[in-house]
Write a protein that binds this ligand. Structure first.
Ligand code: ADP
Length: 526
């Protein structure tokens, strides 16, 4: 009966031990294995038959062999070793993170004869902890960084570690002039030359979905992908290329849905990336996008701030120049006791310049505050053109009007439309030689009217032409001696846009320029 109960107990214990998720191993004080349960077989890959009688050292990595002596010494003192986190080797040589609890086994006399060992595979748990740490670090660092380069580097490094990729890179969605190559921005795990020499994603079937943002590409073996190797000049993996077999590519979208670029990962082994890796990279990509949007915003604000500072010193300088001239005339008159009226035209010219600058500055601040008021009324186009020519006061130039239809009326803000035309005419005068002709031409295009102002002046270089409507932009190709703040065309564009119209220019260096404005004749109710 006695032995029956203990047999029963014994078989319950064995069942429990076999059912355990943890490896349960016993050993004698010579570190020889005396029992090996099912979980130990599963975790370490050795069968019970293989392990019974073997030294426990088989499981211990070479650099940790001394751990066993320390464990045995602790056991000999009758103490337990609890939750000792360490690394052990499987039969395949893979390193496992495990947590060990080792208790001494005593015989009936209380003498320590061996040890029971419970080994829990904490590789997953460690992996999660590591991932969490990387993600936390990533979150902290990308939200405190405002520099795009550092954000992208952190993102690429973290994502490469999280996916266990050998190589990781972020490519900007920018193509070169042939629309071929995407720009490498950051990379992890490989020297830059390795990518630059061969690896630039070309506009190929494999890379396209990422830069188009249409889909994520994850492949266990990209070299077997039907899209692989079809494109010149490489037709596959060129010699010296990073040995990418496992492949994962995730597009990075900005807030407004534009594909900023892509995160790319590679590994020389097959089937390295799984759904979990893909999900992590997708999350990182959206974190990165927010951080990049923020960094861009910050950069824009910094640029604006710099511009504002530059503007203040520039405007002060512009205002000071005519004042200094006026002051000079006044002092001269005073010192030489000359009649003031002799200087009146010169002083008036400087006062006019001051007035113009202040008007432009006021216009600019109204535009920036969105407070520019418009009064649309039916006006004779002929009258507007005439008045603009008179206000331009072009003494040394001829201004000719071509193709002005009679009785054409437009629904515009009279003063503002004159301001635009005067600006174009003053520029035409400013940027061309005296005694040359300036032509204003009118063209009716259905329910719109197009006015053009043509001069035979300095012209504007092609690369500068696209900037001339920007505030404070002054093309350097023009006569540098001309005065101006680079605000006139910016204000003109605002006014024309408020008339639901557009303004543009065509120009050839040293030949001349034509500025066009086109707007609806009748004002549509908006
Ligand atoms: P500015 O006060 O400098 O004339 P604008 O905004 O009116 O400012 O013009 C911007 C720049 O565009 C000028 O600085 C000049 O370089 C160029 N530009 C404008 N009109 C002409 C023109 N008719 N011919 C040549 N260059 C011109």
């Amino acid at each position: 009966m006695e032995s029956n109960i203990s047999d029963q107990k014994q078989s319950i214990y064995s069942a429990i031990i076999d059912a355990s998720e943890d490896a349960i191993i016993s050993k004698d004080l010579n570190s020889r294995i005396t029992s090996w349960n099912k979980a130990a077989e599963r975790i370490f890959g050795y069968t019970e038959a293989e392990m019974l009688g073997q030294q426990i050292h088989i499981l211990i990595p070479p650099d940790r062999q001394t751990e066993e002596d320390e464990i045995i010494a602790t056991l000999k003192q009758g103490k337990r070793v609890e939750h000792f986190e360490t690394v052990r080797l499987t039969k395949m040589g893979k390193k496992l993170d495990i947590s060990l609890t080792i208790s001494p086994i005593k015989d009936a006399n209380g003498t320590i004869v061996g040890a029971s060992k419970i080994a829990r595979d904490i590789t997953r748990q460690k992996q999660y902890e590591e991932r969490l740490r990387i993600i936390n670090e990533l979150g902290k660092s990308i939200y405190t960084q405002l520099d795009i380069d550092s954000i992208l580097q952190t993102v690429t490094d973290s994502a490469t570690r999280l996916t266990t990729a050998s190589f990781g890179a972020f490519f900007y969605n920018k193509t070169d002039s042939q629309g071929e190559v995407y720009t490498l921005y950051t990379l992890s795990g490989a020297p830059r030359e390795a990518f630059e020499r061969f690896g630039m994603p070309r506009n190929t079937a494999i890379f396209k979905p990422t830069f188009e943002g249409s889909t994520i590409v994850r492949s266990n073996n990209i070299t077997k992908d039907p899209r692989y190797g079809k494109n010149s000049p490489h037709f596959g993996m060129p010699k010296g290329h990073l040995p990418v077999v496992s492949y994962l590519a995730v597009p990075v979208f900005s807030k407004n849905g534009v594909v900023l670029g892509g995160l790319f990962f590679g590994h020389p082994d097959e089937a390295v990336f799984n759904q979990e890796h893909e999900d992590m990279v997708v999350n990182i990509a959206s974190l990165a996008a927010i951080a990049l949007d923020n960094a861009k915003l910050y950069q824009e604000i910094s640029v604006q701030n710099n511009k504002k500072d530059q503007f203040i010193s520039f405007a002060s300088h512009e205002l000071k120049t005519p004042l200094t001239t006026i002051k000079g005339y006044m002092q001269l008159a005073e010192m030489a006791n000359l009649p003031l009226h002799e200087f009146a035209p010169k002083v008036n010219k400087q006062i006019k310049r001051l007035e113009d600058i202040i008007t432009e500055l006021l216009d600019l601040s109204k535009i920036q505050a969105g407070k520019q008021d418009y009064h649309f009324e039916r006006n004779s186009l002929g009258e507007i053109i005439q008045e603009s020519i008179e206000s331009t006061n072009a003494i040394h130039h001829t201004i000719e009007v071509q193709n002005l239809p009679e009785d054409i009326f437009v629904q515009v803000d009279r003063e503002k439309m004159i301001q635009v035309l005067v600006n174009l005419l003053v520029n035409a005068v400013k940027y061309s030689q005296p005694q040359t002709k300036i032509i204003i031409a009118v063209l009716l295009l259905g329910d719109e009217v197009r006015l053009s102002v043509t001069d035979n002046g300095t012209g504007i270089a092609k690369e500068q032409l696209e900037h001339i409507f920007n505030q404070f932009y002054r093309a350097i190709s023009g006569n540098n001696k001309t005065k101006g703040m680079g605000l006139g065309l910016f204000i003109a564009r605002e006014i024309i846009q408020a008339h639901s119209g557009k303004i543009w220019a065509e120009s050839e260096l040293n030949k001349g320029s034509t500025f066009y404005i086109q707007f609806p004749i009748e004002r549509r109710i908006q």
